[in-house]
Design a protein around this ligand. Structure first.
Ligand code: ACO
Length: 429
């Protein structure tokens, strides 16, 4: 991001401090959301020793459109057909960065339902986040995540506390079907995100209060994980939760916090979203709790960029990576946001799972440090050149890729060809 600031002529520190980002991943011409999904599903099945016949539902969340009809899930069926398993429900879910959460809820609901047949659900979040030249470009990223869903999980959903907020807005959308790039109203998307956060938090808190018989506050969760378009918004989001707690029960706060936040306690909702002073004051007083409860989730989003549907789950994986030895019995609150807009707040509780699903084994399978260290640095010039090539390739047919796998680790799937009928072909390194 530092090199990209220089390349773009942005003021020094704008991407690294202003947006809070360290690095950004992107797909080269041999990878896309389908190849990334094939890679993560194959990897998960291999590393946990899961027989593909044990999967009964497969849901994909993505907002990267490769085909307007054929779901990404159908490409993944290749893995299962080979083993004679075509009995797998589920297709794709789409609404900006929220599709992965919709897919996860679908799978969890299936496992809890009367149609569950005892097999595992599998959720895949896969996206390539690319923006046209301009201020949004440094907030891109690319990733795929696969998650196994079943009973007696070490990471258990607390299903009753969900708070959801959905509404119709034009903050970020993809109306131009000939382009991979979204239309973005950046400022509006930031405000919509924070408004959705407030609304979900209020609903989450009131459900918690009703069921548990006591009010919820930040103190009731050990970690908070946010959809992370860029780290600065995550810092602002946690400060917003802190401000919400303050508005609900200011007397429980220390005197110095009360002095700092009281001037803003009479602002209307709209005024509070526009107040830069409130933003600064709340971020300052929330900082010690941010460091304890949010910072452990920020590693992958800061290193990889916005992964759209995968972003919140990569943040969650960062918590497992950083804290797996102390998570037993702890609660994490998740906030998922997809522009347009769809958003939910929900929570997980950790418990010690049995091998191979112990938290320590999950952390070792994730192997986050090695994966980050084995990445290759690409210059901003090469990044821009790649995006130009991808603009031409988007929606195109009848081409072979370079098949250059020199930057891919063994086991990675890659695109080899799109034929004259737009059919896509992949190989595994
Ligand atoms: N050093 C330190 N900080 C700096 C510097 C500098 N040299 N220059 C600017 N900044 C700060 C700004 O003060 C601002 O921080 P603040 O919000 O705390 O004040 C921050 O950098 C960003 O700069 P801006 O000028 O406010 O914004 P910009 O025009 O660069 O756009 C935006 C940022 C809106 C996030 C843009 O990148 C965008 O549209 N991204 C895509 C939309 C998005 O991600 N929305 C989030 C939710 S929706 C979703 O997930 C897609």
């Amino acid at each position: 991001m530092d090199a990209l600031e220089d390349h773009d002529g942005a003021s020094k520190g704008k991407y690294t401090i202003g947006l809070g980002q360290d690095c950004m991943a992107f797909c080269s011409e041999v990878e896309d959301v389908i190849s990334m999904s094939l890679t993560v599903v194959t990897s998960l099945l291999e590393k946990y020793g899961i027989d593909p016949k044990q999967i009964g539902r497969l849901e994909v969340g993505s907002e990267t459109v490769i085909d307007k009809s054929k779901s990404i899930k159908t490409w993944l069926m290749e893995i299962f057909e080979e083993c004679g398993n075509t009995d797998i429900e589920g297709v794709d879910s789409t609404n900006a960065c929220y599709g992965g959460t919709a897919a996860l809820f679908n799978c969890m609901n299936w496992v809890e339902s009367s149609s569950w047949d005892g097999r595992y659900g599998l959720v895949v979040c896969t996206d390539s986040a690319v923006y046209a030249e301009g201020p949004a470009r440094p907030t891109g990223g690319a990733a795929a995540i696969a998650m196994l869903v079943g009973p007696n999980a070490p990471i258990a959903l607390e299903g009753k506390f969900r708070g959801t907020h959905m509404s119709h807005v034009y903050d970020f959308y993809k109306p131009d079907l000939a382009s991979e790039y979204p239309v973005v109203d950046g400022k509006l998307s930031q405000t919509c995100y924070l408004m959705a956060l407030d609304s979900c938090y209020n609903r989450f808190c009131s459900k918690f209060h009703k069921i548990e018989g006591k009010p919820f506050s930040i103190a009731d969760a050990d970690y908070f994980v946010f959809h992370s378009p860029y780290n600065k918004l995550v810092q602002k989001s946690f400060a917003r939760l802190y401000y919400n707690d303050f508005l609900r029960n200011s007397s429980s706060f220390e005197k110095d916090v009360r002095e700092k936040l009281e001037p803003y306690s009479t602002l209307s909702g709209d005024q509070s979203y526009q107040s830069r002073d409130l933003e600064k004051a709340s971020q300052q007083v929330a900082k010690p709790l941010y460091d304890a409860k949010v910072q452990p989730s920020t590693l992958l989003p800061k290193q990889v960029g916005n992964m759209y549907t995968a972003s919140i789950y990569a943040a969650f994986a960062s918590v497992i990576h950083n804290k797996h030895s102390t998570l037993g019995g702890q609660r994490v609150v998740m906030f998922s946001y997809g522009s347009g807009l769809a958003s939910s707040m929900f929570s997980f509780r950790f418990q010690d799972g049995q091998h191979p699903f112990s938290l320590s084994n999950i952390a070792s399978v994730l192997n986050v440090s090695n994966k980050l260290e084995s990445r290759h640095v690409i210059t901003p010039e090469k990044f821009v050149e790649t995006l130009k090539l991808m603009e031409h390739r988007y929606g195109a047919k009848g081409f072979l890729t370079s098949k250059d796998t020199s930057l891919l680790s063994p086991g990675t799937f890659y695109l080899t060809e799109v034929d004259s009928m737009y059919r896509r072909f992949y190989a595994k390194k």
